[in-house]
Design a protein around this ligand. Structure first.
Ligand code: ADP
Ligand code: MG
Length: 691
């Protein structure tokens, strides 16, 4: 049969239905999918040691013939074990397996085996291996006597089976045309793609394996960079409104603020206001810890846009945050003739309290009578049209994906211009990540807090100090303060010992603080219920709020001064840092108390870092190194691509591939002169589950 890369695996060989399902579950449908299902690690069985030369306490591979095999009962403990004697030309060794009595029928005297395991002193003499991995030996062994690939396994897919099915594929496929330009291969001393694909599964030796890993990691990061680069170019290919920088206007605004801008606020505003002057749309990310003062920077961009005669939109992830923005901007724009409105499910008001139903507001946005619309992210979903939307600001979202940007273009106006786009986030994103996966964004960073903020005192509380901690919390609450308790789960699960919000709520409510008002907030509640609880907490009708990770980013509750985090080991450092940012927003001293049942050293190291470091970027960088990118922001909402080979922390690789991608895109922005690469990029983008 004529098989090509895109043939379904089942055309190539019969596969039983359980395995078929298991393959599908992993997204492995075609032969190409299998070839690109890279091993997650390797066992090196490539060096075979003569039995004579075996050393006690080493992990070794031996090859020999079964001389005898039998199931025996151990003299003292009366256990039934399988015992075999294996010999090569230089000697014999005893092999013992537990609980695998069937092996006696499967392995017969005379059979050749390759075994890998730890060499131990035998009883009463000689050497032995206990429960080694093993393989019947064939001349062209794919399972042992070499560097053996170990794949991510699932119930019906063992590495052994995957090796068995992948190996012949590698020889049968047509040679792939290499998509990597020749000069890049040469310049960076990469091996060619066919060799790399073969070697990543069945490397001849460790050197070839390293070469294959290098090539495939290069490919991945290079494609990631090309993707970011071409997205950026595509966005910048749009026309936008060139908004002149009005020095007088901005100077007046800044001079009349009740505070002085911090230096990074000044720099960020400058970068944004410069972007607005371009004829193509901005796509910038403004990063800064909670409380670092992003809103005032956004306000300056809005002011400049509106005073030039255009409209702006500001979107927040929740209604409460949208409302807070509305109130804040009301203060900032108190002395300006700016007309704006808050439009969300439960709110439809203007800053002059004139119009108060959403239909009127929508009309006023369309006619241009309103300058600014504030709402949730749903703003772009609604049937809203602007007269001349020139600036869209999205709060607490790392980025607006390609699809969302297209929507933004549509709600703008009919002149087919795209609005300038500013995303704001309090999530600290390490520099390596902004360069690799957020590479289509320009980035401004506010890495300094306004002066006068008290440092949040962070403590890792030992289990035996829990009661003391509760006494402390009670004292604070009696003084009028409020507290959060964050739990990793909503409900008790099988995972023993992990605190759930519901159980913790019950415990605190009934046993620890029966006299206090306790609230609960989690993702499975109705939106109205959540909003009500949040309002009660804002109004200090709730003393202590038990919540899961859903507690809203950015909400300003100055009276809350204690953040308690249960099962702290279960969160990434960046996430812990964000929780901590919920407190410390007033003159009162704030506290963050971390609890964990974990006794691992790694946990201790990470949580210690929390107590010592207050810079979110530093914490995120530490976590990226310790736990990998997917873990940083919680896997589900991470939006991070599932890379197989490249490391998102490899700054050298990021820089090299970034340069190469810029070089290509500068001359060939649509990759039309690199059809193979263009094609590869397309399939890569759909395979990494990005956005
Ligand atoms: P973010 O959105 O970055 O979390 P906000 O913009 O809400 O932070 O600002 C937090 C608080 O700090 C607000 O009350 C704001 O008025 C105040 N603020 C902002 N910039 C400064 C500054 N340079 N000096 C003093 N206070 C500031
Ligand atoms: Mg904010």
């Amino acid at each position: 049969m004529n098989i090509n890369l895109y043939s379904p695996i089942i055309d190539y060989r019969k596969i039983d239905s359980k395995r078929k399902k298991a393959l599908q579950k992993l997204g492995l449908i075609t032969i190409k999918d299998l070839i690109f299902y890279f091993p997650k690690r390797y066992d090196d069985f490539s060096t075979i040691t003569s039995i004579k030369n075996l050393q006690i306490d080493t992990q070794s591979t031996v090859r020999g013939q079964i001389k005898s095999i039998e199931n025996v009962i151990t003299p003292r403990r009366k256990m039934r074990i399988t015992k075999a004697i294996i010999s090569d030309e230089t000697g014999s060794i005893t092999v013992i397996w537990f609980h695998q009595l069937y092996l006696k029928n499967y392995l017969n005297p005379g059979t050749y085996l390759t075994l890998n395991g730890k060499i131990e002193r035998g009883y009463p003499h000689g050497l032995q291996i206990i429960s080694p991995s093993f393989e019947k030996y064939h001349k062209d062994s794919i399972h042992s006597g070499r560097i053996v690939p170990i794949y991510s396994e699932s119930a019906y897919l063992t590495s052994r089976w995957l090796r068995f099915i992948i190996k012949p594929l590698l020889n049968k496929i047509d040679r792939l045309n290499d998509w990597m330009p020749k000069y890049i291969i040469k310049k960076h001393q990469l091996i060619e793609i066919n060799q790399a694909l073969k070697a990543i599964h069945f490397p001849k030796d460790s050197n070839e394996l390293r070469q294959a890993q290098k090539r495939l990691a290069f490919d991945e990061m290079f494609l990631l960079q090309l993707r970011a680069g071409s997205n950026k170019l595509a966005w910048q290919n749009n026309k936008s409104y060139s908004i002149k920088f009005d020095k007088k206007l901005i100077k007046y605004f800044v001079e009349n603020l009740p505070f002085q801008l911090t230096n990074p606020q000044k720099i960020s505003s400058w970068e944004i206001l410069q972007d607005l002057t371009q004829k193509y749309p901005m796509n910038r990310l403004l990063q800064g810890d909670v409380g670092s003062g992003k809103t005032v920077v956004a306000a300056m961009a809005i002011l400049q846009t509106i005073s030039a005669g255009f409209q702006a939109a500001l979107m927040a992830p929740t209604e409460i945050l949208a409302k807070q923005h509305f109130q804040t901007l009301r203060k900032y724009f108190k002395n300006y003739p700016i007309k704006f409105a808050l439009l969300s499910r439960s709110n439809a008001i203007t800053n002059q309290n004139k119009i108060s139903n959403s239909a009127d507001i929508i009309k006023a946005i369309k006619s241009g009578r309103l300058d600014l619309a504030i709402g949730t992210h749903a703003l772009i979903q609604e049937k809203i049209r602007f007269k001349n939307l020139a600036l869209a600001i999205v709060d607490e979202q790392h980025r607006f994906g390609v699809k969302q940007r297209e929507k933004l273009k549509k709600i703008g106006d009919s002149k087919n211009k795209a609005p300038h786009l500013l995303s704001m986030t309090a999530t600290p994103i390490p520099r390596t990540l902004t360069l690799s996966i957020f590479g289509d964004l320009d980035v401004s960073i506010i890495d300094k807090m306004p002066p006068g903020r008290k440092k949040i005192i962070t403590k890792l509380v030992a289990p035996y100090n829990r009661d003391k901690a509760y006494q402390f919390i009670r004292k604070q609450i009696v003084k009028g303060r409020q507290a959060f308790v964050v739990c990793p789960l909503i409900e008790e699960s099988d995972k023993l010992g992990v605190k759930s919000a519901k159980a913790e709520y019950k415990r605190l409510n009934e046993k620890i603080f029966p006299d206090l008002k306790i609230g609960i907030l989690h993702g499975r509640q109705k939106k109205e219920e959540k909003d009500q609880t949040m309002r009660d907490f804002i109004n200090n009708k709730i003393n202590l709020l038990v919540a899961t990770a859903v507690i809203e980013v950015g909400v300003d509750i100055p009276n809350a001064t204690i953040m308690i985090i249960e099962g702290a080991d279960r969160f990434g450092l960046a996430q812990l840092h964000q929780f901590r940012g919920r407190v410390g927003r007033s003159d009162h001293q704030s506290y963050c108390l971390l609890f964990t049942d974990s006794e691992s050293e790694n946990t201790f190291y990470r949580l210690e870092a929390m107590t010592k470091i207050s810079n979110g970027f530093k914490l995120a960088e530490i976590d990226l190194k310790l736990r990998g990118a997917g873990e940083i922001y919680g896997i589900r909402q991470s939006g991070l691509p599932d890379l197989q080979m490249a490391s998102l922390t490899d700054l050298a690789l990021i820089k090299t591939t970034r340069d190469e991608s810029h070089f290509i895109l500068a001359k060939d922005p649509k990759l039309n002169e690199h059809p193979l690469l263009k094609n590869k990029l397309k399939s890569f983008c759909s395979s990494i589950h990005f956005e």
